[in-house]
Ligand binder design. Structure first.
Ligand code: KG4
Ligand code: ZN
Length: 344
């Protein structure tokens, strides 16, 4: 029989968020604390890897202490540790993985290296006192993972059984938001600002290109959209841009959201799947949530978009992915390394 884990510790440090969580054996999040580094990277207009790993080093152990304190648990209660070890920024991944290995060695409990995207894919199954998966949420489902680093679409068949059916061939959707925000001087990360400015804008104000919609695959491309936006902005005066900022943002946002939705619609049809999840930082986008909800309501599909704390990079999703693998008898060796690029 598979071993049962009562308490598992999750660690996520693959990019710029330091996150620690404790889950019980049912995937219930007892506590999660995430430290965001947006402010320290803001002056550079993007993530500086050296600064990211240094900040993980400063934040990680205090967060472990804090999470345990909140759950009234001691390290000796933890029976397994899951840490993201691929893909991501090497320095950042190392901080989380070395911490996981050290705890594993000193506590004599197993650790497991988790693929970051597996965490995002499984996030809809997480539970806490404010979120639970939609009723009847189960396999198979379509999983759209959209963040600053990834835009991928999977058919999720079971725990550990993921079929990648499409991905961005260039920029990720979040990158497309961030780069456009940079053109408009909106600050970093720009997705939230574009979302805000779009609220009162006309999404049909300007028709930005929608790439690869007529191709017979589920891949995405956002670099043409970015180039087209650059050209478009260069034809406008500063005054025009300021006056129509909301309309321009809403139109640009619509181009991204509509491509994501159209590909998901096509996939749902081809694979006859009635359950859809969207995770990753871009799933915070209010227009994306509205458009996906409308489509799922109209077509009687079940939509799972977990709350932001489980959608952006977080340790709870890593703990859950690790828990399922540990329960399955898997664990990682102390010789295991980190990997910058890894597919799933
Ligand atoms: O998952 P995440 O926190 O980190 C990784 O990239 O892994 O995602 C961050 C991305 C950024 O590109 C950010 O601009 C985007 O998510 N984002 C949004 C919104 N909130 C965050 N994009 C559009 N609308 C939002 N409301
Ligand atoms: Zn992520």
């Amino acid at each position: 029989m598979n071993k049962k884990y009562n308490y598992i510790l999750g660690i996520e440090t693959s990019c710029d968020d330091t996150s620690v969580a404790v889950l019980n054996g049912d995937g219930y999040v007892l506590s999660q604390i995430s430290a965001n580094q947006d402010l320290v990277h803001q002056p550079f207009g993007g993530i500086v890897p050296e600064i990211a790993s240094r900040n993980h080093t400063m934040h990680l152990l205090p967060l472990v202490d804090e999470v345990l304190k909140k759950t009234n648990l001691k390290l000796s209660n933890i029976q397994g540790i899951a840490a993201t070890n691929r893909p991501g920024l090497l320095g950042s991944l190392l901080v989380g993985m070395v911490t996981a290995k050290t705890l594993s060695l000193s506590l004599e409990i197993p650790w497991i290296g988790v693929h970051h995207i597996e965490g995002h894919i499984l996030a809809p199954f997480l539970k806490d006192n404010e979120y639970q998966p939609p009723k009847d949420w189960s396999f198979p489902f379509l999983s759209l993972v959209v963040s600053g680093g990834h835009t991928s679409l999977y058919v999720v068949k079971d725990w550990g059984k993921y079929q990648l059916i499409g991905k961005s061939i260039d920029d990720a959707a979040g990158e497309a938001f961030d780069k456009f925000a940079k053109m408009l001087d909106l600050g970093y990360p720009g997705g939230v600002q574009i979302d805000k400015l779009s609220q009162k804008g006309d999404r049909n104000y300007h028709q930005f290109p929608r790439a690869m919609l007529n191709e017979d695959n589920f891949d995405f491309s956002f670099s043409g959209l970015k180039a087209s936006a650059q050209r478009y902005l260069s034809t406008l005066s500063n005054e025009d841009i300021q006056k129509n900022k909301g309309n321009i943002c809403a139109s640009y946002q619509e181009a991204i959201v509509s491509v994501l939705l159209e590909k998901v619609k096509k996939a749902a049809l081809k694979y006859s799947i009635g359950k859809i999840s969207v995770t990753g930082g871009v799933s915070a986008n209010s227009r994306l949530r509205q458009a996906f909800q409308e489509y799922c309501t109209e077509t009687k599909k079940t939509l799972a978009i977990p709350p932001i704390r489980f959608c952006t990079d977080n340790a709870a999703m890593i703990a859950l992915a690790g828990l399922k693998r540990l329960e399955n008898g898997e664990s990682s060796q102390l010789t295991e390394g980190v990997v910058a690029r890894a597919s799933i």
